[in-house]
Design a protein around this ligand. Structure first.
Ligand code: SAH
Length: 234
């Protein structure tokens, strides 16, 4: 069922998320306004792109609902700044990589040195779908050609140490336990947002302070697909 923020257009969807206080910052509003969700949906679902609900993208995977994307971007907002490094684990459609890039590299000709956005996806067909979507925008395509955006086919449990340490990590699938590698790959002062649990899942915020001390808190109950262990998959 569509949630209350659905719109007739991308602009209306974002305006409704703002009115409902799910989006509260200008930077998230701007990034989501400039990233047309329809381009990250399968062509046969584009008519539903502005409904506030998850939509199938193949292999029993969905692009997350816009209110969850907005909520997670707001939680990471302070960390998604030019010059920082971010990673989206279980990057699926590539939507969050594109919105993170809008926040961290708003002008492709003037990207602050060190800026990096990594997407990791383990399913080959979904990895290709996400990469193709990133290539649909000239801007994100240019950022990928410059190596500022990197789409990796790999195991999210292991992260991608080469691109880190990260100021912001988002995980789009529920981990049975907190993945140690991802906590390790957080920069001092960084933040990780991750759903944790099997049937009873909670969105967790993990902060690493400037001295490297890690604290965690539960923010709300959620339902995500599992962060699988790829070695158990065909
Ligand atoms: N946030 C994304 C996708 C969410 S669905 C979007 O909105 O488009 C979660 C994704 O996590 C799926 O694409 C799934 O294939 C991926 N995934 C699950 N386990 C993974 C793992 N161990 N490593 C990398 N990706 C994984």
């Amino acid at each position: 069922m569509a949630w209350r923020c659905s719109g007739q257009s991308n602009a209306e969807l974002i305006a409704n998320l703002f009115k409902s206080n799910i989006i509260s910052s200008n930077s998230v509003s701007r990034a989501m306004s400039r990233t047309d969700r329809a381009l990250f949906c399968r062509s046969d679902h584009r008519d539903y792109a502005y409904l506030d609900q998850p939509l199938p993208i193949g292999n029993d995977v969905t692009i997350s609902a816009p209110h969850m994307h907005a909520y997670c971007l707001e939680l990471l907002e302070d960390h998604l700044k030019p010059g920082n490094r971010a990673m989206d684990v279980g990057s699926g459609s590539g939507y969050l990589v594109a919105t993170m890039a809008e926040m961290m590299a708003p002008q492709v000709e003037h990207v602050v040195e060190g800026t990096k956005i990594v997407g990791i996806e383990y399913l080959q067909s979904i990895y290709l779908f996400g990469k193709e979507n990133i290539e649909k925008y000239q801007k994100t395509k240019d950022l990928m050609n410059q190596g500022i955006i990197e789409m990796i086919k790999g195991d999210g449990w292991k992260g991608y140490a080469q691109g880190g340490p990260y100021h912001a990590i988002h995980v789009g699938a529920a981990a049975s336990t907190l993945p140690h590698a991802l906590v390790e790959q957080l920069a001092n002062g960084g933040r990780l947002i991750i759903p944790v649990g099997d049937i009873d899942q909670h969105l967790m915020v993990i902060d690493k302070d400037i001295n490297g001390k890690v604290t965690q808190k539960k923010v709300m109950g959620v339902r995500y697909v599992p962060l699988v262990n790829p070695t158990n998959c065909k």
